[in-house]
Design a protein around this ligand. Sequence first.
Ligand SMILES: *Cc1c(COP(=O)(O)O)cnc(C)c1O
Length: 384
Amino acid sequence: MAIRFRIDKSHTDITAKSTIKKAIAFLKTAEVDPPYLLMDTAKVKQKVRSIGRKIGNSKVFYAVKANPDSEVLRLIHNLGLGFEIASEGELAILESIGVPKEHIITSNPMKSFRFLRAATEYGVDYFAFDSKDEVLKLRDYAPGCRVYVRLSVPNEGSEWPLSKKFGVELDEAEELLIYAKKKGLKPVGLTFHVGSQCTNPYNWNSALDKAKMLWDRARKAGIRLSILNIGGGYPINYTKNVVDIATIENNVNSLIYKKFPDNIQVYLEPGRAVVGDAGIFVSRVIGRAWRGDAHWLYIDVGVFNGLMESVGGIKYSYIVEGSKETKEWTLAGPSCDSFDVIDKRIELPEPEIGSRVLILSGGAYTISYASEFNGFSIPRTILI
Ligand SMILES: *Cc1c(COP(=O)(O)O)cnc(C)c1O
């Protein structure tokens, strides 16, 4: 089949031309049956180098849930990052690639018993918490461990908010730090998450204001904090250009410099920004139909085997192998569930049955969410 991918500026504005070129070169030579996820290693390297660069005294812990593929983790490990994890499964992959315990933290404030057992056995020593019950659990499973409290901060402007499920307000945060100390834990810091895919740089301003208030209250209560964990949230391009990492970090760095003591250690936990725009899904058109008032296009990757975030509002950009003519489509996945609709009213070239569709910025929160629902296998991940 001749390859006639329709690539224009709207695509190269979203994903680096070099990444798109590599993916298409792979398609031309490799005999791999779609669907699969291509991960551009050069792009991951570039992102790793750019994150944390503008923030003084910072350490970066990649949030494993964004993409836990073992080859991807090995690459990130070799580039020197640490890891933020939440489960025994994530820990097992890190163990299999030889990540030392000092490079692992866990910021899930509600840890399962299995995970606590596995993490303490491995020697992980940094745990987030936001309740008294969690302090008691930690006291029992990891006596004397280092803890940081999760503060609730505004998540406006984030496409994937996280603030309702986790985090406490200032009064409770202060109380919890004191309680943790009383129970023999070492309260060393605080953390927050501005929300994932945070396109509003001012979220970090309000979060850091609040963090500073807690920092001072803790000091007055006799607790000297040393770690400011600013979580994740850096955005990537999906359908439009977002604020870049250097701009966010310059702002964050100057705020930290103004508000906090010089000797603090800053932790960062990016997930999406490390891997998201390095990934391109390769899928195929398996059907077309005219139903009601819409043209439907069915592809072999859907909500259940990779594109789960589409139901939460994430929209992707697509490069389609097809004719010059475009049409408005409803894009759906392969399963028999009517929930499996990826996007509506999107303008795409008219493809043939069997044509390939590239889904850009597919490296984060895709394979990690995928299930084998309805018997469709989870797409392979291939590093290029
Ligand atoms: C998911 C998560 C992250 C990563 O968030 P991104 O928006 O992908 O950068 C960081 N920290 C914690 C605690 C998380 O749950």
